[in-house]
Ligand binder design. Structure first.
Ligand code: C2E
Ligand code: CA
Ligand code: CA
Ligand code: CA
Length: 278
């Protein structure tokens, strides 16, 4: 912000006050939203590149606000993280996702549900036993749940993250690195933590067929992953060209609008086993 003279400075402080007030209002609305059951989980299918078989889905949070409609997570999760509300919301998300997985897999299917976690949840007391309790209560087998974390969490010096991840691994859950390539990628963490899946960020996938450098980078990520035994999910696949590139270079799993947008829980229940790319 520019502080040009007294007027400019006053304007700047006013802006901050307005923003703080807006966040405060959002916080109390969000608190009520939880109580009133206005939060909803949608699920975006993850499919095998080879034959478009549905392997699982990612749980994505939506706020269905009366009179406004669906509010995307980017508009309220940052406030939930700042205020710590994400701990309660995250617990609700985990329970809903586990409940859905238990329901979809009841007949012997194997549909894995991926859940996004925030750093604040790892810092909350009793996080690991809470996850264990939710699995038991919902009848969700650990193999049906994948936890998505971001690279920045692994750079945290605090060893509570390392402890939690190895505990989750022991329980039989899988761990995915979300938005891979956008953080401070320190490749060493790939060998230090029990990681199963890398999710290549949409910004790389978008340019894979138009920009040689991005293409080479994605090929290199796929080659490293193959050597280290990581499963790779390509995020935000929108075109057939992207899909065939990724398939040729050995990427196994696709998530993106080419196959499906995020769907409601009943819609996932009705999904065919194989999706047709559109
Ligand atoms: P994310 O984890 O990277 O999730 C993928 C986002 O990309 C989703 O946006 C999804 O709808 C969108 N997407 C998927 N395929 C395509 C595509 O082909 N093209 C384009 N343009 N977009 C695609 P969404 O649902 O708005 O979620 C935004 C972010 O909010 C998520 O990014 C995640 O970081 C966060 N989030 C969502 N649910 C939760 C949650 O339960 N807990 C936490 N902590 N964060 C969440
Ligand atoms: Ca994610
Ligand atoms: Ca992502
Ligand atoms: Ca993202």
């Amino acid at each position: 912000a520019k502080r040009s003279g007294r007027r400019g400075f006053r304007f700047y402080t006013n802006d901050l006050t307005v923003e703080a007030a807006a966040n405060l209002a959002l916080e109390s609305q969000l608190r009520r939203a939880i109580e009133r059951g206005e939060l909803e989980l949608h699920f975006q299918p993850q499919v095998a590149f080879r034959d478009s078989e549905v392997l699982g889905s990612e749980a994505l949070l939506r706020w269905n606000r009366p009179g406004t409609g669906f509010i995307p997570p980017d508009q309220f999760i940052p406030v939930a993280e700042e205020t710590g509300l994400i701990v309660d919301i995250g617990r609700w998300v985990l329970r809903e996702a586990c409940r859905a997985a238990a329901q979809w897999n009841a007949g012997g299917a194997r549909h894995t549900v991926a859940v996004n976690l925030s750093a604040r949840q790892f810092q909350s007391r009793g996080f690991v036993p809470m996850v264990e309790k939710i699995l038991a209560e919902t009848g969700c087998h650990p193999q049906w749940l994948e936890l998505e974390i971001t690279e920045s969490l692994l750079l945290d010096e605090d060893d509570s993250v390392a402890y939690a991840l190895s505990a989750f691994k022991h329980m039989g859950l899988s761990i995915a690195i979300d938005d891979f390539g956008t953080g401070y990628s320190a490749l060493s963490y790939l060998t230090r933590f029990p990681i199963d899946t890398l999710k290549i960020d949409r910004t790389f996938i978008q340019k894979v067929t138009s920009d040689r450098r991005h293409a080479e980078l994605v090929k290199a990520i796929l080659s490293i992953s193959r050597c280290l035994g990581h499963r790779v999910v390509a995020e935000g696949v929108e075109t057939m060209e992207q899909a065939s590139f990724l398939n040729v270079y050995g990427c196994e799993v696709a998530q993106g609008f080419l196959y499906s947008r995020p769907l409601t829980k009943p819609e996932i229940g009705l999904l065919p086993r194989y999706l047709t790319p559109r």
